[in-house]
Write a protein that binds this ligand. Sequence first.
Ligand SMILES: [Zn+2]
Length: 487
Amino acid sequence: MRRIMLGLAGVAGVAVVAVAGLGWRAAGSGWDPPALPDGVVDVAPDPDRLASSLAALIQLPTMTPVEEGAVDWRDPGVDALGQPVEPAWIRLLREIWLDGLDATVSQVGRGLAIRLDGPSEAPPALWLAHVDVVPVSDPDGWTHPPFAGVVADGVVHGRGALDNKASIAAILEAMRLLQAQGRAPSRDVVLLITPDEEVSGATAQLAASDLSLVGDPAFVLDEGSYLLPDLFEGVLVGAVAVSEKTFVNYRLVARGEDRHSSMPQPPSAVDRLVAGLDRIGTWDTPSALPAPLIEGLRRMAPTRAWPESWVLANADLLEPVVRGIVQASPAGNAITRDTVATTLIDVGVKDNVIPRVAVANVNARLRPQTAPDAFRDAIQARVGPEIEVTVDGEWAQGAPGRWDTPLFAALETVIPAVAPGAVVIPSATPGTMDARYFAAAGLPTHRFHPFVADAALRASLHGTDERIPVEELVRGVRFYHLLLQVQ
Ligand SMILES: [Zn+2]
């Protein structure tokens, strides 16, 4: 790789100058989005109703994992007469949307499938959203209490506002408004709301293992990317993540003699594990630009001035150079690389006993083309024979992703209709979401949220002061309402 880099030194110089000096300037949109088909209509959602609906969802602290001793909000309870009562989140959805919707509602595992029928015989679209949220580590650090559902200055605040209750609110409101216009979706659509995406993904896994539970869909739309205002200066980018990585855990076990700590005889199990983990932490793991990203950069080329346009248009030929630029950001580094991170260490019984066994969990996020078993061998080679490396648990093999799909074509039409000037590109995501199970089952899966989210807003996801501007919610409803008619 180094030799190629030297060969491209001149090109690298151009690219570096492009980033540092001349600066990725916009040269017009360079891309004419396809027009909306005849007969497709827009809608004007009520921002107040949307904000208060989302606030009500936020006020239900649907947190996973469910802590020990807490009422498990995912399970139906019983009322005073001993009759089963649905979970509070399902009752709330019925109250706000489902009771007034002409839809077939069914339980899938602990989740809920909401199906709207269209005139087409084509298999349905499957849309995913999740109602569970991650816990809050520091509630005092929030501007507004995380589960109060405060709406202030045109922004809805609270845990789950962005991830992922905004999707639920926007999709159900879009369905409601479409029916209020006396219209049906162009094809059947199933919205699967899962209550366990942030933990096991068991509901999505169940549906993906028996696709008839969700109507044998043709393709899947999930969360996982946004309208990005800060990726390329001056251009709003609708980055649709079409591929996902493989989430897999490895168990590392080091052994030694258990001895009194007054008479150490290194190396102990701990010494061996620490040495191995150090090699994991400093590992320059394999990397390459994913194919969807190369295509995405190529599509951005017409929006840039020379020489940036030339570099982007030739991202495949200049792969090492462009990859170097992409890898400058943590997210860019993550989508191009097999990543490894030590996340758990289990060692020791007492302060004066040198333990016999030391165990660590290494969480890997592998590029779709990397096989988890082959990567086990790579970890083994990296840490050496004194540590035993095994794959821990199951995984859903990531898919490289495709963008020659009817859903991608629909997104190319609908995204610019709600975000004028936006350029729609295929991309990849470093995260994992429910869609992975459907990708592993062979379905085309795209991940996109129709909300403009800059770096600060994206950082609030799983972080402090999670929020969403009401105007983005409105955009979201318009997006899903159009997509219902176009997909
Ligand atoms: Zn999420």
